[in-house]
Design a protein around this ligand. Structure first.
Ligand code: HOZ
Length: 429
C-alpha cells in the first residue's frame, strides 16, 4: 500500500500541530505506525490522500451510525447552510432537537446543547455540584469522560493508550475531589457511596464502557448504582456520549432500563458535526443559568448546522427496525469473528454490546480496567497494521471500540472477516 502523501503530510503537520494531530490517539503511536491522512469518506468507506480505500470501523469514533455523509443529513446541512452558519441567538431547530432527545430518553425533561462531549460532562458535574452543594465526583477506573481536569484520573481512551498516569497541568487541588473506583465492583461501590465523610455530589459512569475497549456492566451493577444513588441523594450521571442513540434509540439507559438523573450526549446527536448535550430532571436542570446560578455558556452552542444534522439523524434513526437490523448485523459479525479467533488466536476476548465491540488480546474475561489492561497491546498493534494494509480501518488503540454502521454491507463485513482470518493466521505463526 502506497502512503507517500500521508507520510509527507504527517511530516508537515508535525511542524505546525503538536504531534501532527488534533487528538492524540489519531497519531497511531500505540499501534506503531504513522497516521493515514483522510481525503474523503462516504458510506462505509474512508479514502486516504494516496487513493487507498478502507472499510471504516472507527466511524469517527462513533457518530457515523448511518455511515458517512448519509443523504438526509447532507441535505439538512445544505439547507441550513443557506440560512447562515452561526447566530449566537436562539433558533427553531434547537427546540426540534431538544424535543427529539426528550422524546427518546424518558429520564430527560430538559436539555442544554453544547459543542462537545467534554463540554457536556464537565458542565454536568458542575451542575451536580451546584445542585447538591457537595464537592466530590465519583467515576470508574478506565471510564473516560473527555479531557476536563476533574476526569483525568484513572482515565481510559487516549490517556491509557499513551500510558499517561495523570496529566501535568491538572492541579492536585482539583483531582483530590475526584474519586475513581473499579468498574463493576458492587462492594467497593456501596462502601464508597455510603461513606458520608466523602462529600459526594455525583457518580458519573459510561453505562457501557467504551473507552477501555468495550466493557459491559455486570448483571445488576447499574441497578445497584441507581438504587444507592437514589437512596443517598447522590446525582447519577450517565455519560452516553458514545452509547446515546447507539445502543438503541433510548441509548444504554433504555437498553438496561435505568433512569439516571442527568445524561451526557454527543457524537450521534450531532450527525457528525460538533455537538454535545446534557439533560435530565427539570428540578436539576432549572439550576442552570439564566434560570439558576450554575453558569455555563457557549458561542457556538446550538449551532444551526449542527442542530440540522442532529435533527436529520435522530429522525432517520426512528425508522422502524433500524436498531434490530444493526444489532443482528453486529451479532452475526461478532460471532464470525469469535469463530475465527477460536481457530487462530484463542487468547482473545470479544466484548460486544449492540453495534460496539472490542477484541481484546487477552484470554479474559474483560470486566474492568485491570482485566482490560492485561491485553497484549503489541499484538493489537500488529493486527491493526495488518488490517490497515488490507484495507480495513480499525481504531488505532486496543482501548477503544469498533463500530458497525447501517452503511456496512455484507460485502464489507465479509472482507473484514477474511482479512481478520488472514491477520490472525499470520500472527499465529
Ligand atoms: N478519545 C476519542 C475516542 N474515545 C478519540 C477522539 C479522536 O481522536 O477523534
Amino acid at each position: 500500500m502506497k502512503i507517500d502523501k500521508s507520510k509527507q503530510l504527517f511530516a508537515k503537520a508535525q511542524t505546525v500541530i503538536p504531534g501532527g494531530v488534533n487528538s492524540p490517539v489519531r497519531a497511531c503511536k500505540s499501534v506503531g505506525c504513522d497516521p493515514i491522512f483522510v481525503a474523503k469518506a462516504a458510506g462505509s468507506k474512508v479514502y486516504d490522500v494516496d487513493g487507498n480505500e478502507f472499510v471504516d470501523f472507527v466511524c469517527s469514533w462513533g457518530p457515523m451510525i448511518m455511515g458517512h455523509n448519509p443523504a438526509p443529513v447532507k441535505e439538512a446541512i445544505l439547507a441550513a447552510l443557506e440560512n447562515g452558519t452561526s447566530y449566537g441567538a436562539p433558533a427553531p431547530l434547537e427546540i426540534d432537537l431538544a424535543e427529539l432527545v426528550i422524546d427518546a430518553l424518558p429520564s430527560v425533561e430538559k436539555v442544554r446543547f453544547v459543542s462537545s462531549g467534554t463540554e457536556a460532562t464537565m458542565s454536568a458535574i458542575r451542575l451536580a455540584r451546584g445542585y447538591t452543594g457537595k464537592k466530590v465526583v465519583v467515576k470508574f477506573n478506565g471510564c473516560y469522560h473527555g479531557h476536563a481536569d476533574s476526569f483525568l484520573v484513572q482515565a481510559g481512551s487516549g490517556v491509557v493508550t499513551l500510558g499517561i498516569p495523570g496529566s501535568p497541568g491538572v492541579p492536585e487541588d482539583i483531582v483530590k475531589n475526584t474519586l475513581s473506583i473499579p468498574y463493576n465492583d458492587v462492594d467497593i461501590l456501596e462502601k464508597t457511596l455510603r461513606d458520608e465523610s466523602l462529600d459526594i455530589s455525583c457518580v458519573i459512569i459510561e453505562a457501557v464502557a467504551g473507552n477501555m475497549g468495550v466493557v459491559p456492566p455486570a448483571e445488576g451493577f447499574l441497578q445497584k448504582l441507581r438504587d444507592l444513588t437514589e437512596e443517598l441523594g447522590i446525582v447519577l450521571i450517565f455519560d452516553e456520549v458514545i452509547t446515546g442513540f447507539r445502543l438503541g434509540y433510548s441509548g444504554a439507559q433504555g437498553r438496561f432500563g435505568i433512569k439516571p438523573d442527568l445524561t451526557c450526549l454527543g457524537k450521534i446527536i450531532g450527525g457528525g458535526l460538533p455537538v454535545g448535550a446534557y439533560g435530565g430532571k427539570k428540578e436539576i436542570m432549572d439550576n442552570i443559568a439564566p434560570d439558576g446560578p450554575v453558569y455555563q455558556a457557549g458561542t457556538l452552542s446550538g449551532n444551526p448546522l449542527a442542530m440540522a444534522a442532529g435533527v436529520a439523524t435522530l429522525t432517520a434513526l426512528k425508522e422502524p427496525g433500524f436498531y434490530d437490523r444493526l444489532e443482528e448485523k453486529a451479532a452475526t459479525f461478532a460471532q464470525e469473528l469469535e469463530n475465527i479467533a477460536a481457530k487462530y488466536q484463542p487468547n482473545t476476548t470479544l466484548n460486544r454490546v449492540g453495534s460496539m465491540m472490542t477484541t481484546f488480546f487477552t484470554d479474559g474475561p474483560v470486566t474492568d480496567f485491570d482485566s482490560a489492561m492485561k491485553a497484549d497491546t503489541e499484538k493489537y498493534g500488529m493486527h491493526f497494521r495488518e488490517m490497515l494494509s488490507q484495507g480495513i480501518w480499525l481504531a488505532p488503540s486496543q482501548f477503544e471500540a469498533a463500530f458497525i454502521s447501517a452503511a456496512h454491507t455484507q460485502e464489507d463485513l465479509q472482507k473484514a472477516l477474511e482479512k481478520t482470518e488472514w491477520s490472525f493466521k499470520k500472527m499465529a505463526k
